[in-house]
Design a protein. Structure first.
Length: 390
């Protein structure tokens, strides 16, 4: 069997249709879109089309779309724009399960620039403490920044409700929708967020391209200062090929959204239920209802996640023990620790994140590989005896 790829929350395959759309702009159509001549102008026209396709995915206006290099740049740009817009406000709200692009920046601001940051906790299912969140809102709050969906557990936050509360208080609201885009329906007009981040390589576009949606009327200060590109909101020559690819990927994501919420969800549930039934001492991390349709994080008691991944890798199965951005750390996931998942279980947690390219045959291969792998590892574990954790 070919490689079974179930690590789509880390990155995705670039879709064939996306590659086909990009190819001419690597070669014969290489003009600079900012040039005055027709040769560059036809590239600019393609960027205009891509901007419209991105806007269509989230029901935005094209002029509200800024192209960036990645989700991290989008997140950083949103935060710095907010604190520049409201320099007198020194309070920031986020959660304690955010991506490092958010949490590490806030820790830096808190340590060096005198900001007070409220890190809202989550419960054992990964759900936000909404009471604390709303009590923390004040006239001194410059920005609330919360992920739409968690990259490790797939848990979805009630973004529409939070955005409404923030707007009632007159507080700018930003959401990191990197994991949500293409998996859940996003309508920025309905939800009324101030800024929203996306990343191309999570929706079958290339790496190195991202999006920041900025609602009309917000006084946005550029993070990268340079030329007139992106209407002066993000300097630097446009990454034309990737922008064009992202536009096509957003068009495809909109078309495949129903598949994500039916076929992919069914595959995810099949994999989850079979593993829970066949492997004692296993449990799902996170809310079973409010989560992405493609994601399941399962903890296996008394084994190491890295050891599980190595045995899966020998069978050409790609999964993850958490966020790809923190995979160099030997510490348990900060998300699972925030959820108070027991240490011995958190260390043995594996995330499977599917796409519409996955099949039931692949799920069966994972199940057939993982069941004996866990048995093998537990036979060597000092924490497992007589069919249970000690």
């Amino acid at each position: 069997m070919k490689t079974v790829y179930t690590d789509n929350n880390a990155t995705t395959k670039v879709a064939d249709e996306v590659i086909e759309e990009m190819l001419p702009y690597f070669g014969e159509l290489y003009g600079n879109p900012s040039s005055m001549h027709t040769f560059g102008g036809q590239v600019d026209a393609k960027i205009v089309e891509a901007r419209q396709r991105v806007a269509d995915l989230i029901n935005a206006d094209p002029e509200e779309i800024i192209f960036t290099s990645c989700g991290t740049e989008s997140d950083n740009s949103a935060i710095y724009a907010a604190i520049k817009a409201y320099p007198e406000k020194k309070h920031i709200i986020t959660s304690n399960v955010e991506h490092p692009a958010i949490n590490n920046l806030y820790k830096q601001l808190q340590g060096q620039q005198g900001y007070e940051v409220t890190f809202v906790p989550v419960d054992e299912k990964g759900r936000l403490d909404l009471d604390l969140l709303y009590k923390s809102m004040s006239g001194n709050t410059a920005i609330i920044s919360l992920m739409w969906a968690n990259n490790e557990t797939g848990v979805v936050f009630p973004i529409e409700e939070i955005a409404r509360k923030a707007n009632e208080k007159g507080i700018l609201f930003h959401t990191d929708a990197v994991q949500a885009a293409g998996k859940v329906d996003i309508d920025v007009k309905k939800i009324n967020v101030g800024m929203l981040s996306m990343s191309g390589h999570k929706i079958h576009a290339p790496k190195g391209i991202g999006v920041l949606y900025v609602k009309k009327g917000f006084k946005f200060s550029p993070f990268l200062v340079g030329g007139h590109q992106e209407k002066g909101r993000r300097g630097g020559t446009e990454n034309t090929v990737s922008i064009i690819g992202l536009g096509k990927a957003c068009q495809l994501a909109k078309e495949t959204l129903p598949v994500m919420n039916t076929i992919v969800r069914e595959l995810r549930d099949y994999l989850q239920n079979e593993l829970l039934e066949k492997i004692p001492g296993s449990s799902v991390n996170g809310d079973l209802e409010q989560r992405l349709p493609n994601t399941v994080s399962i903890g296996f008691d008394a084994v190491e996640g890295e050891s599980i991944l190595l045995l899966l890798d020998k069978e050409d199965i790609c999964a993850s023990s958490g966020s790809a951005c923190t995979s160099g750390s030997l510490e348990p996931s900060h998300v699972l620790m925030a959820m108070k998942v027991p240490f011995k279980s958190a260390h043995g947690s594996i995330r499977f994140s599917l796409s519409h390219y996955n099949t039931k045959q692949e799920m069966d291969h994972i199940i057939a590989t993982l069941v004996p792998a866990i048995e093998k590892l537990r036979a060597m574990s000092p924490f497992w005896k007589d069919g249970k954790m000690i």
